[in-house]
Design a binder for this molecule. Sequence first.
Ligand code: PLP
Length: 397
Amino acid sequence: MIKLAKDGGVPTRTKSFPEWPIFGEMEEHLLLEVLHSGKWGGTGRIQLPEAERQFAAVHDAKHAITVVNGTVAITIALQAAGVQPGDEVIMPPYTFFATASAALMFGAIPVFVDVEENTLLLDANKVEAAITPKTKAIIPVHIGGAMADMTQLKAIADKYKLRIIEDSAQAVGARWNGLGAGTIGDLGTFSFQSTKNINSGEGGMILTQSDEMADLAWSLINAGRVRSGEWYQHENVGWNLRMTEFQAAILIGQLSRLEQQMVTREKNAKLLEELMRNIEGIRVLDRDPRITRHANHLFLFKLVPELAERVSKREVCSTIGAEGIPVHEGYVSLNLNPAIIEGIREWTGETRTYSCPVSERACLKEALWMHQNVLLGDEQDMYDIAQAITKVLQSYS
Ligand SMILES: *Cc1c(COP(=O)(O)O)cnc(C)c1O
């Protein structure tokens, strides 16, 4: 007889997982350096270009441009790619709210295309059917740190002359066939919001291989100025969307920890995948072998349909939580979000509906995740997770 912790049994685990963020002397030193330099923002920066240089190098990108956050990074990348108000942008509904709200910020219209059953990534096979004369761009979202099928999406984009903006907020350091996240599409966007794998409190980055798009993105982030222009020479309608020198300093500190953390997360994620594969009632996601580097921002898994019909996700999460393992329910499918549908109606005058059954079912019933910090622990932590989940699922059998 299994006695669950939520029913007064002994929890599988009481030890906590690694705290996030992780920082040390390097961050302290860099922050004080910025403080004493008196150079906290504005132009003529020291830390900012260094953070951009390092971040570009991690992804083999030609250009990297810092920005206030990952949401605005998407908005600016869309504008730098030439997307105009009224243009349609294809994106998956299984993503953070900002992928869609960033487009709606200036009237670009989200068009939702469902995700793949076994990866929860944009289903490239369904993209062509959603293309209309108004389609201007595709935003693949590298959810959880796994890259979407960039080979097929690039082929579609080339065929229909569409732009690709890779929402890589969760994919710092990820690679597809050896190519860095954010460098395969026209532009890639990243977030350094507090929960992300690289964290500067808040912050964002845009990568691109295109000189023209880099210049335009830079201009839009710098009040419409041009890089070599005069201070009051504004050639585009842009805004001050710069991050501070303090954030850039933290970014440099955090980047110094990236490689080692990526190796740890990957090692633990691989082990956990193996362990979870053997748990009845669970399905781990497929990994495309062309993902030559996974960023492991989330450890995603699904309840099998038969179980998901009987037991609510919320109940499963709280029961596993009581065993000492932090598991989360995740997103609401964006095609079902009333604010997004209303936002689309305000710009188009139409109430548009999208059917995305895979994403809807994943959000309502099946998909669960753990955050990246649990993957920064040791092997025993992974065994504890598997043991707790096994115990809980056995109680439902
Ligand atoms: C975090 C996130 C964003 C938004 O980034 P912010 O820095 O919070 O604005 C966008 N897309 C995805 C997929 C994200 O996870």
